[in-house]
Design a protein around this ligand. Structure first.
Ligand code: PRP
Length: 189
């Protein structure tokens, strides 16, 4: 850009992006803490990080690099929301894991626990495969979510019920690549 030129608009200028709830730095610092916690809790082990596509892919990449352990990675994809902002109430397996879970220490990595529907489904499905252990690590959990009841051992942040986007979370597949988490305003007001 030459000096004095009008700056090009960026993805951050979209009017549908509202107040920033969690900054890039807040997210980075919290993930460092969780990474250290996991490194202690799984010392001497090589846990398998299972990324729940698509929303958790950004969290997974940063978390994996914050853990000082020889982790392995696999991906599972489920869908209950589709392009809608409301859950359909039915979880569908879209892509299964490639790795055999028997005798593995598995950490399920989620971007957000909302109603808990997805997690209940995934827990049932993964526990049936006889892992040595299964824990859940979610970057976000709704304030209303019963994380203890759902067995979520690691939670990054508690957030209110507002629609949020960024850092992996989407609105109709957009905004996953924002570096922060912000409120989403459909009408852009
Ligand atoms: C989102 C999110 C969680 C799930 C949480 O997935 O990634 O997996 O919803 O909601 P719940 O607790 O009410 O089940 P979504 O179906 O939107 O797919 P995506 O990850 O591809 O965005």
């Amino acid at each position: 850009m030459t000096s004095g030129a009008v700056p090009e608009p960026t993805i951050d200028d979209d009017p549908r992006i509202g107040e920033v709830l969690l900054t890039e730095q807040q997210i980075r610092e919290r993930i460092e803490q969780i990474g250290q916690q996991l490194s202690q809790d799984y010392e001497g082990e090589a846990p398998l990080l299972v990324c729940v596509l698509r929303g958790a892919y950004v969290f997974l990449t940063d978390l994996a690099r914050a853990v000082n352990l020889p982790v392995e990675i696999d991906f599972i994809a489920v869908s209950s929301y589709g392009s809608s902002t409301r859950t359909s109430g039915v979880v569908r397996l879209v892509k299964d894991l490639d790795v055999d879970l028997s005798d593995r220490h598995v950490i399920l990595v989620e971007d957000i626990v909302d109603t808990g529907l997805t997690l209940r489904y995934l827990r049932r499905s993964l526990e049936a495969r006889n892992p040595a252990s299964l824990e859940v690590c979610a970057l976000l959990a709704r304030e209303k979510a019963d994380t203890d009841g759902l067995g979520v051992r690691y939670v990054g942040f508690r957030i209110p019920d507002d629609f949020v986007v960024g850092y992996g979370l989407d609105a109709a597949e957009r905004f996953r690549n924002l570096r922060y988490i912000a409120l989403y305003r459909e009408d852009g007001t």
